[in-house]
Design a protein around this ligand. Structure first.
Ligand SMILES: NC(=O)c1ccc[n+]([C@@H]2O[C@H](COP(=O)([O-])OP(=O)(O)OC[C@H]3O[C@@H](n4cnc5c(N)ncnc54)[C@H](OP(=O)(O)O)[C@@H]3O)[C@@H](O)[C@H]2O)c1
Length: 283
């Protein structure tokens, strides 16, 4: 029987992937987390929970023993991640892991997105490791927007500096299911550019208006105005510049694609923006 492991299983995406592996009833499932207490419920459902921290090689060596296929969910500290992911890849190699699937970013190798260098660097580490690997180049989460629905409705507007740029976003659940499909497939392919249908921010505002019945409009700013607006609501200068840079990346088209890899891995349509907004509004 194949033993599957998922790192960062206490996070949104990792947990969804563990749930999907359980639902498939395929193989043994190991959840690797920094704090096993966060996923105590999984232990009661047949999942082996092990402690593993990307900053602690010894913990990773122990956590990956006996694992055949690993879903490496990218860490959450930009700038530290190449070193962190390298520790995981090295530990996986030493433990005899046969395949690694890694959650990257859309067009990691050519994207101007500020988060892309960590992912491109990790992809290079994977390619050099000599282990079979699959790269899941995830675009933005729909949840990046649905999580802000309350704020959109309170203020009546979506504020950004993405201009007419389009985002091809998909739900975390769809990305997790696609990751598990690639992890469990016989021949998963090496690079998947994963995304749902694209929308611009004016279209996002129109979709929010349609779903909620409340008028929400998009207010487009220059990058400089965006940074100032974010600082005015309490963000520090570095964070404000980073958030505005993400919108600039959208304006540049870094997070838009027409590729259908996600639908192909899922074997069904991806969750639409409208359905995701409906679910968030009803919740
Ligand atoms: N595509 C997008 O729009 C988008 C948006 C946000 C993030 N991401 C990327 O996708 C990843 C997964 O997304 P998500 O929604 O599941 O994020 P999340 O809910 O914030 O979860 C992040 C996970 O990373 C774990 N983690 C952080 N540092 C770690 C370390 N040193 N060692 C081991 N685990 C560590 C966290 O563990 P703890 O529970 O112990 O903190 C948590 O389980 C993120 O980490 C980030 O790389 C993508």
């Amino acid at each position: 029987m194949t033993t599957y492991a998922v790192t960062a299983a206490s996070g949104h995406l990792g947990r969804l992937a563990v749930e999907d592996l359980l639902a498939r009833g395929e193989g043994d499932v190991v959840a690797i987390v920094r704090d096993p207490g966060k996923v105590a419920d999984l232990a009661g459902r047949g999942v082996t929970v092990r402690a593993g921290d990307y900053d602690d090689p010894a913990s990773l060596a122990a956590a990956l023993q006996g694992v055949d296929r690993l879903l490496l969910v990218s860490g959450s500290e930009p700038g530290k991640r190449i070193a962190q992911h390298t520790r995981v890849v090295e530990a996986a190699k030493a433990a005899g892991v046969q395949r690694i699937a890694y959650t990257s970013i859309l067009r990691a190798d050519t994207s101007g997105n500020p988060l892309a260098p960590d992912h491109a660097g990790t992809e290079e580490v994977l390619a050099a490791a000599g282990i079979e690997f699959t790269v899941l180049r995830n675009s933005w989460y729909l949840e990046n927007y649905t999580a802000q629905l309350g704020q959109y409705l309170r203020t009546g507007e979506i504020v950004g500096s993405a201009h007419e740029g389009r985002v091809s976003a998909a739900s975390r659940a769809d990305y997790a299911q696609a990751a598990v499909a690639a992890l469990t497939a016989e021949d998963p392919g090496q690079v998947h550019e994963l995304a749902g249908a694209s929308f611009s921010f004016p279209e996002l505002a129109a979709a929010v208006t349609e779903v909620t019945g409340a008028t929400v409009t998009y207010r487009d700013l220059t990058t400089q105005e965006h940074v100032q607006t974010l600082q005015a609501v309490g963000l520090d200068a570095g964070t404000a510049a980073f958030v505005a840079a993400l919108d600039a990346s959208i304006a540049a088209g870094d997070l838009q694609t027409d590729r259908t890899d996600l639908v192909e891995l899922l074997g069904r349509p991806a969750t639409s923006l409208t359905d995701a907004l409906r679910a968030a509004h009803g919740a």
